[in-house]
Design a protein around this ligand. Sequence first.
Ligand code: PEP
Length: 249
Amino acid sequence: MRRPVIAGNWKMYKNPGEAAGFLHDLATLVTESTHAEIVVCPPFIDVPAAVDAARDSNIEIGAQDLFWLKEGAYTGEVSAPMLVAAGCRWVIVGHSERRHYFGETDESVFKKAAAALEAGLTPIVCVGERLEEREAGLTENVLATQCAGGICGLTPEQFARVVIAYEPVWAIGTGRTATPEMAGQAHHFLREQIRSRFGNEHADACRILYGGSVKPDNVKSLMAQPDLDGALVGGASLDPASFAAIVNF
Ligand code: PEP
């Protein structure tokens, strides 16, 4: 039985005061929600305020990125041990916006995931095809390549603690969601990739989240697919009521 994860990715929205207010509000809306792990990933600058506000709740805090080295002369970067010390338990790795705007590659995704695991963070590793790749019938090739260059380089022991997010790039922030069947097919393909690399036990245990315009009114039909184990939510995670409605799908 895979316990769902509902994770919110705030991207570059909200300041520390707004983060604290949001988490107090969300905490009151999800006190009974024990069926899922609830994660909020604010901007780095909000992490201390978010950790503090979520302290006595069932909400955990994650970051949206990290650098793979522990410390050094890397201006602007934040390491996995720093995130742990600040109270993060999770970190998003390889989000398509990082791949697109900041040059993230499968190789950097692999290094970041390994660094996160070594520090005790749970990485949410994002994969997904662009619109032109889907239209060219290349979705499975793209997913296979991203898996091979990223998570498949981990050891089975490392992989056991990874969460994957399938996020078709054309569905992120566009209001255009994959149909439950499209998402289900991609998740099934990803699980088979994991099976061939890591074996049945790891494939059956791995949580694969869907991300791309998840909203309170479409989450239920997406989660009805057998290979969908939760959601990575952008826009709809910015409002406590809509994020709580997704958590309580
Ligand atoms: C995301 O940022 O990971 C995401 C899925 O965004 P949205 O829900 O807004 O499409």
